[in-house]
Structure formats: C-alpha cells, structure tokens
Design a protein around this ligand. Structure first.
Ligand code: ADP
Ligand code: MG
Length: 272
C-alpha cells in the first residue's frame, strides 16, 4: 500500500545494468526507503553500492528494473526536483549570475521575478561580489556555492545532493555544511543527501540510512538523536562521537565486504 504522507517512497527498487549479453551488474536493491515531506535524509554506503543510481532513479533520470518508486510533488511545478553533484555541474561559459539565472529561466519563472530571485541567492550564498565572474576563476568552495544557489533558487520540493562536498577540503566542507544547515533550517525542503562521511551525515540529517555493499540495500535506518537547530560545536560533543561509532560499527562491515570484493577481483586479474 502506498502511503501519501511520504514525499519519496521506494518499494523493492532494483537496478540492473547490462553491459553486454552476459555482463549484468546488479547495482541496487531490492531497496525500500521512505522520505517524509521536509525531512533531511542522508545516505551512506561503500563505493559502488548504488547511491548515485538511487538518486538518479529518484530524479527520474533512470528507470528501476524492478520495484516501484513514488515521488509526490506538485504536478504544476515546473522544477519540483533539483540535483547537486559532486563536480559542481555548473556551466563554465556562463557567469555566476548567468548560471543561477539560467536555472530559473529553464524552470519557466517569469522574467520579472528572475532578477530578484537571482540577487537574493547571490546575496544568501555570499556570491554578490562574484556575480560577473566565470566559474574557472573561482575556488572549489565558491563553485559549489553556485551549484547550491542554482539548485535552491527554483525552490524545488525535493533536493537531491550527490556527495556535493566530497571534493572540498575539510574546513571548506564544514563551512558549507553549516551554511546548508542554516538554509535548510529556514526552508525545510525534503533533502536526500549522499555522503561518504558519517560526520557529515549526522550533522545534517534527520535520519542516516546505511546501505550495504553492492547491490545496495538498507542495512540501518537510524534517527539522528540531536536537536535542531544544530550548531557547529555539535561535532565536538562526546555523544556525537558515540553515535558516530555506533553507525560506523554497521558501515565498517559493508566497507570490508567491498574491499574483499576488490581484492578478489585484483587476484583474479593477476592469475589471468
Ligand atoms: N550506466 C551504467 N552502466 C553500467 N554499470 C553502471 C552504470 N552506472 C553505474 N554502474 C555500476 O553500478 C554500481 C553502482 O554505481 P553507483 O550508483 O555509481 O554507486 P555509488 O554512487 O554508490 O558509488 C557500480 O558497480 C557501477 O559500476
Ligand atoms: Mg556515487
């Protein structure tokens, strides 16, 4: 039975990629996942377990090979879902302002509103001074701010983020996590956020979902027990580390599976 209080509802979702006649990769599932309206859910799991595949299925960029996925968004909205990728995904030939504006134009926002919204997000992401700069003149952190501004400016009902901060150094990463937290705490959009980092997942998420090694299934789905608004100091709390260790206990086994598989593949290749 489908449950209309859920914004995203995945039931027994699977994805098999077929590379050739016999080469099939079971990339994902069967996986069940619910995300409520306004909830911030973080997905963690070993490399190659199907996290990006799941996000692409939710975004409607890929079809599952089995199972069903229900996404409950307002049908008349032109861009109900936005996605932010690890490698920024912004246009190098457009200025910072042009990138944000373009997203709004594509979404069919009336011209009269586009300028106002663009300025609002430039200001909110501290990018106003760089409005006419091109992305390749900016630092990685600033480029990622542009990507986030572009994704949020269209006011999506669902924001999908695929390791958006993975390429950044630790300090910048923390800065952007805190910024995202600030924004989310004001707007409370539904967010599905993929990360390698348990710390990041716990700082940001209402729930942390741990996936198994490929094909990714849910092995743990845990509420984060820390109140909001969450402050940067949370990371230094003892109970933060206790919770992180508890989750690591689960994730570690999955990462070990993944490493075993890599090792056995390497050995097979050596024998050949
Ligand atoms: N287009 C594709 N064709 C074939 N295999 C794919 C394709 N996309 C992903 N895969 C495989 O599916 C598995 C899951 O990939 P992915 O979702 O990118 O994992 P993650 O994001 O968790 O690292 C991997 O084994 C990957 O190689
Ligand atoms: Mg990925």
């Amino acid at each position: 039975m489908s449950d209309s209080s859920q914004k995203i509802e995945a039931r027994q979702v699977e994805k098999v990629f077929s590379a050739g006649m016999e080469d099939e990769v079971q990339a994902l599932g069967p996986l069940d996942l619910n995300v409520r309206d306004g909830e911030f859910v973080c997905l963690v799991g070993p490399s190659g377990c199907g996290k990006s595949t799941l996000l692409r299925i939710v975004a409607g960029l890929l079809n599952p090979t089995a199972g069903r996925i229900d996404i409950r968004v307002t049908p008349e909205k032109s861009s109900p879902i936005s996605m932010v990728f690890q490698d920024y995904g912004i246009y190098p030939w457009k200025t910072v302002e042009g990138n944000i504006r373009f997203g709004l134009e594509i979404a069919g926002i009336p011209k009269s509103r586009v300028k106002e919204i663009t300025e609002h997000w430039l200001d909110r992401m501290d990018l106003s001074a760089f409005a006419s700069s091109y992305p390749d003149t900016l630092s990685g952190g600033m480029r990622q701010r542009v990507a986030i501004a572009r994704a949020l400016a269209v006011e999506p009902e669902i924001l999908l983020m695929d390791e958006p901060f993975a390429a950044l150094d630790a300090q910048l990463r923390q800065l952007l996590q805190d910024e995202l937290l600030n924004i989310w705490q004001k707007d409370q959009r539904t967010v599905l956020f993929v990360t390698h980092s348990l710390e990041e997942a716990i700082v940001l998420g209402d729930r942390v979902v741990v996936m198994s090694s490929r094909p990714g299934k849910v092995v743990l789905d845990q509420e984060v027990p820390f109140e909001r608004p969450r402050l940067p100091e949370l990371r230094a709390q003892g109970d933060f580390n206790d919770f992180k260790n508890e989750l690591w206990g689960c994730l570690k086994g999955e990462v070990e599976h993944y490493l075993e598989r890599i090792n056995s593949l390497t050995k097979k290749t050596e024998v050949k």
